[in-house]
Ligand binder design. Structure first.
Ligand code: MET
Ligand SMILES: [Zn+2]
Length: 343
């Protein structure tokens, strides 16, 4: 059995969705996720122009990763996502690291997040804070590793076979699970085949940690490859280890319809962490500004997403601790207004 039970309690044989529901309940019915990690690393001065993207900081500035995790916790996040999105054994090896060193770097991403959680809990031991606080180990797609924009097209050409993708992700998944996160976050999944590869790996590697599957869309109906979201969510729904299904790194205006599609095929908890609505130009490797929504606008969607049934809510690229602060405030208000005594 790969994986230890984490800070949220033992989940050895528990169904993934049951574990997530238990955490959601402990959080009062909703959990706040963090915002863009890479975005905030850059805001703190990191240069991420590298195939490793945010994972470059595992080499150059781990203290910065810890700081950003702490900033998101201070902003009210219940869940912090590790800097392993674009960290792969293959990526580290191509920089000259040995297999063992590469595996250590992957594990380090989880250790840094766990350290940040411990520091935060210690710092606030004398006053009430949000609970639970969970570490999610990020796994980005094969396209994210390629760093050629295919994470936003899902087009892997010849390499796009099930066996290839399983082989690509297997050891990485095992190493991250062994490092003791509370959750495995399969993020920005661009196509159906990769979702299928993840489901098979979770079973074959006997992973005991709940996972979430999060897809991205650029038209509000399909995921980015053109595959049907309904089919992808059905694949996730078929795996007992999947604790939550949702959407990330997608403009806020598409989220309402996407939640309704997911809801048609699963009762698992739904998670939503959109980007700011700006568009990523894969050729220039930059976000095209001026098309995004403000933090205030972003938050005005939160109520709607809650009504639609989302229970885990945060932000992805171009969102910041301020966005998370605003989400957290809005969810708390919502929570207390739902519990107002009837006059
Ligand atoms: C392209 S989506 C990136 C998700 C990742 N958790 C990050 O914010 O760095
Ligand atoms: Zn993103």
């Amino acid at each position: 059995m790969v994986g230890k039970s984490g800070g949220g309690g033992g989940v050895a044989e528990e169904d993934g969705a049951a574990a997530v529901r238990r955490w959601v309940e402990a959080g009062g019915g909703r959990l706040v996720m963090d915002g863009g990690l890479a975005t905030e690393l850059e805001a703190n001065g990191a240069d991420l122009n590298d195939p490793l993207w945010s994972a470059k900081c595992l080499l150059s500035s781990p203290h910065l990763i810890r700081k950003v995790h702490l900033d998101y916790l201070e902003a009210g996040a219940n869940i912090i996502i590790t800097a392993s999105y674009q960290a792969t054994i293959q990526g580290f090896e191509s920089k000259g690291f040995s297999k063992e060193q590469s595996e250590d770097l992957l594990a380090k991403s989880v250790e840094i997040a766990r350290e940040a959680r411990d520091m935060f809990l210690k710092e606030h031991s004398d006053r009430p804070i949000q609970h639970p606080i969970l570490v999610a180990a990020s796994i980005g797609s094969y396209g994210a590793y390629l760093a050629d924009g295919s994470e936003y097209s899902g087009d892997y050409g010849e390499a796009g076979t099930l066996e290839f993708l399983k082989d690509f992700h297997k050891r990485r998944l095992e190493v991250l699970a062994e490092a003791g996160p509370d959750l495995i976050a399969f993020e920005t999944i661009p196509n159906k085949l990769e979702a299928q590869a993840y489901v098979e790996l979770l079973d074959e590697c006997n992973i005991s940690i709940p996972a979430w599957f999060s897809f991205n869309s650029k038209d509000g109906v399909h995921i980015v490859s053109g595959d049907s979201l309904i089919e992808c969510a059905t694949i996730a729904n078929g795996c007992s280890k999947v604790g939550a299904v949702g959407i990330n790194c997608t403009p806020p205006r598409f989220i309402h319809g996407l939640i309704l599609s997911i809801r048609k095929v699963t009762d698992k908890p739904i998670l939503i962490y959109p980007n700011s609505g700006e568009r990523y130009d894969a050729e220039k490797k930059e976000w095209v500004e001026s098309t995004g929504v403000s933090d205030g606008d972003f938050v005005s969607y939160v109520n709607e997403w809650c009504k639609d049934g989302a229970v885990l809510i945060g932000g992805c690229c171009r969102t910041t601790p301020n966005t998370i602060k605003a989400i957290s405030r809005s969810l708390n208000q919502r929570h207390s207004s739902l519990h107002l005594p009837v006059a």
